[in-house]
Write a protein that binds this ligand. Sequence first.
Ligand code: ADP
Ligand code: MG
Length: 883
Amino acid sequence: MKHYFMEKDEVLRATGSTANGLTSSEAEQRLVKHGPNKLEESKKTTLSERILAQISDPMVLVLMAAAVISAITAKLSGESLSDVFIILFVVVLNTALGVIQESKAEAAIDALKKMAAATSKVMRDGRIVHIKSEELVVGDVVLLEAGDAVPADGRLISCVSLKVEEAALTGESVPVEKTDAVLEDSGTDIPLGDRVNMVYMGSSVVYGRGKMVVTATGMNTEMGKIANAITTAQEGETPLQKKMAQLSRILTVLVLGICVIMFGISLLRHFISPATPGTGLADTLLSSFMLAVSLAVAAVPEGLVAVITIVLSIGVTKMAKRNAIIRKLTAVETLGCTQIICTDKTGTLTQNKMTVVECSAFDEKLLASSLALCSDAELNEQGHAEGDPTQAAVVNFAKKIGLPKNELTARYPRVAEIPFDSERKLMTTLHKKPGGGFIQHTTGAPDVVISKCTKYYENGCVFPLTEEKRQFFISENKRMAAKALRVLAAAYREWETQPPLLSSEDESDLTFIGLAGMMDPVRDEVPAAIEQCRTAGIRPVMITGDHIDTATAIAMQLGIINDPSQAITGAMLDEISDEDFVNNVEHYGVYARVKPEHKSRIVNAWRSRGYVTAMTGDGVNDAPSIKNADIGIGMGITGTDVTKNVADMILADDNFATIVAAVEEGRRIYDNIRKAIQFLLSSNLSEVISIFIATIFGFTILKPAHILFINLITDSLPAIALGMEKGEADIMKRKPRDPKEGIFSGGMGFSIFYQGVMVAVLTLAAYFIGERIENGAWRIANSNDGMTMAFLTMSMAEIFHSYNMRSQYGSIFGIKKHNFYLFGSMLLSFILTAAVIYIPFLRNAFGFTHISPAEYVTALTLAILVIPVVELVKLLQRRNRKA
Ligand code: ADP
Ligand code: MG
């Protein structure tokens, strides 16, 4: 029989459960037997697919063609196959590295996804525990409340004003009101949208709370049936990755074009004036082909896209360690541009550890019992209240003055309720009185509560609420709020008989009891983080549901605003036209008593002024504003599933300081990627220039295998190491980056150019010195010593040049932090270049010659010159900028 046609206890029996849920051992057995509660994911890319993707890269294809052709000619002419082996070795190594990098990057993203995985509140062994939603089994009793994503299919066994949005299943976006009553079985089945005592995976709770017993998990859920193999959303590439992939493609096409032309030119030269009389066409063909290949290898920055991917994935892992969990990779780049951070106050700037420190009431005990009864927090075995911090604070307060919550509820059992929501800023519960009749307690924001009161309580009597008294209570509220206290008001209403349907209409004609003020200390890290925002050109904006005086007091204390006129309430905001608001948005730094819809208005105003805006949110109704922000930030602890699911980033510790740390990481990552790009492109340019000049004058400066070696070892390693740079000292002292500015802005194009020329000049100089030593005279001719020295100078120049990249404009001698990766890659390159020059069989394979120590030192000295040259240019640049 269908679960919705069963009585509650029938369903519990059918699922082998009880009203108190399963035991953990039973749940464990079921999990093993029926598997985890998750939808099957689309197939992951397999290893062979990955390898294929690497090999089908145009550059790799060119290299393999080169290998085949050299193999054939070597066979024909009986030469050694060393070139072929070197090329093949490089292809294999390159493919392996590419595959490893890609798998690592994917693993990093997967790990992040796990961290952001949904959890559920479940009854196990009769107690409420938080478990991963994946571990749910049939029979589990799950607690649901506003903002939760429904984790599995289930039948409701209790619910209070529960409303669920089921658009994913029914297409209907209006929330459905749910019930725990049995549905009447008239012989025909009813459509999913009408099964109002069931909730389904893929929907979300927008209001109220409830309990369900799980009837189906994983692929057996209705969601699982629709989406047989749900294709998880593809992780999009970031704008930077897209741009660089595009640049690589353009360069590849361009280079292949140039290669064809050069190939043609050398053929022509063969027929018009053969370089060496007597060389055959086949030889010329081969040498011009190899030349074209070396040019292609030189000009295409093979490592570029891979380096960006690695730096990004290492970056997000690092951010996760600092409690910022990135959900969308694009956020990493946007973070570095953040100009405005709109942040919640409660829990993000403050600790969310509320304590009642002051009351204003004629009867403190009545105030405490009203607040505690109208709260969902409960005392645990240790006697501490558990639940929402505001609600827990009042329960602790009541206990302190001798009114433990369990005793209160025993005397006044709750029979109905209207849950708290930040729209109404009220919460109401209805209780049965021991002597007969009912009492309603309504608590909430004092201004709202007072506006609903017509009477007040004083010394056992009830008096009509005069205007004078009303003003007095309002002034009491202001007095407490000005001390940065979060103030809650309590009121009651008596009923002879139970009102049939408790609704917000009944939150009227109340009798005012009093006020309780709670302290919520500022988080320790926040003042420093706000100061950091100031130097980094980022503006923090506080948004809160609290009273304007509470908000202003804390904001002034933190330095978010320096004048109370910069604070505004949601009600005042409603009076301002959109146009006026947009024009004045810079004036306001604090928004108090806001409703969730105001948040969207605030984000949109900042954005329409062109500011890159981040926005935090926790409640169900915050999802739209989080979606609208450039960076939507969800709360890991207090946040609801609904907001987490649309967020770009999640704060594992709900902490404002974490946002600032993430911005810093974002800036660092972008900086480092830029450094790696500048380094790689200037290196490629120097290779192209050297080969181009050598070709014009008819000598060989570097062979394809040499360039492959340089690109693979002395280019890629330092580029990745640059990605690990710790961040320049002024990283949080600069203004945010303009998101519209291109990657080559700020003189990077010029730097790439002059640095490429510099290394080329040094390499050519090394060649001619080697040539002179070998031949005893300055000539333009082929020389093995020249080639060997040119190779050494170019590889080592790259290494030294990578040190130049550590700071864009600053002197590298002023950097205090060490980069061990860079040092390691220098050491490794040192050893490897020496190995290919001095180990005989490698030397022969590469076609080098044994060079004397004097030649070695000369080549090194030339290479090291890149440091003083770049330092000098930076000095001039700094002078220029000051002027
Ligand atoms: P925020 O989370 O930004 O501080 P809320 O909308 O949660 O704002 O709270 C607004 C006001 O509603 C608070 O200042 C307090 O007076 C009142 N309030 C908050 N939580 C509760 C609750 N659980 N029950 C009753 N009143 C509450
Ligand atoms: Mg709140």
